[in-house]
Ligand binder design. Sequence first.
Ligand code: NAD
Length: 253
Amino acid sequence: MTREDQGLLLKEWLSEAKRITVLTGAGMSTESGIPDFRSTEGVWTKHKSREELMSLSFLRRYPDEFWPIYKEIFQLKLQGDYQPNRGHIALKRLEDLGKQVTIVTQNVDGLHQRAGSTRVLEVHGSLQHAFCPKCQTTYELRFINEHQLPICQTLTSEGGLCQTILHPGVVLFEDQVRYLNESVQAALEADLFLVLGSSLQVGPINQLPLLVESDPLMKKVIINRERTIMDHCFDLVLHGEIGELLDGAVPKS
Ligand code: NAD
């Protein structure tokens, strides 16, 4: 099939679909200027011991060291400057066209919500907040940015401050992913399952394509710059830029 034919098929399937479940990865946000993890310029290539540094045990053992590294890795202070790109906006347009669109995102940047999408499951959490593991109070990004070492300010029943070092809203290594059941449910209920910008190497969410692979009624599409280990699960595999392909495939009402 030519590239043009692939584009036409994507357009047709998006137009016919009523319930679309989208699994997005770091590639969704590269056009917004946020590097992905595994390309040569991705953040993890500079931080080789990533699993150790961004793990629950490291945070518990060395909380003073954890927070500056976390902020550097996630460029936390810069988050406000990033804007949704054409891909995020095209997904929102699908919703505006009356389709039920559920976005299962591995991203922690909040850009789907900023584009206006309403059904977003952040399975790896969010950079937009942190929480106290003791009293569960949540804190917004501004508070995290204002404090080099964010510590819980909540008043305790004894009249003092809680003062527990906060945990970030992103899911760390050794931690549980969020909304797994809801994501599985959304994948199974879809009539179109779309993966955008993920190398599909991170479990357990990379199991979703395998889960829907054998459904004969569901259309399965992946858009990614390069091949993935799961390409065999999809009816349509598009190697290209998400923004360009999706923007061209979703009508601008
Ligand atoms: P990944 O880095 O493993 O894979 C990203 C894939 O997207 C790559 O295969 C790459 O070729 C492709 N890609 C990059 N830009 C693209 C574009 N414009 N169009 C099409 N394809 C493009 O990312 P992953 O699979 O999401 O898994 C790694 C982890 O990365 C996740 O756990 C996620 O939490 C985290 N992460 C999130 C962000 C973010 O929130 N924006 C950024 C970096 C990493």
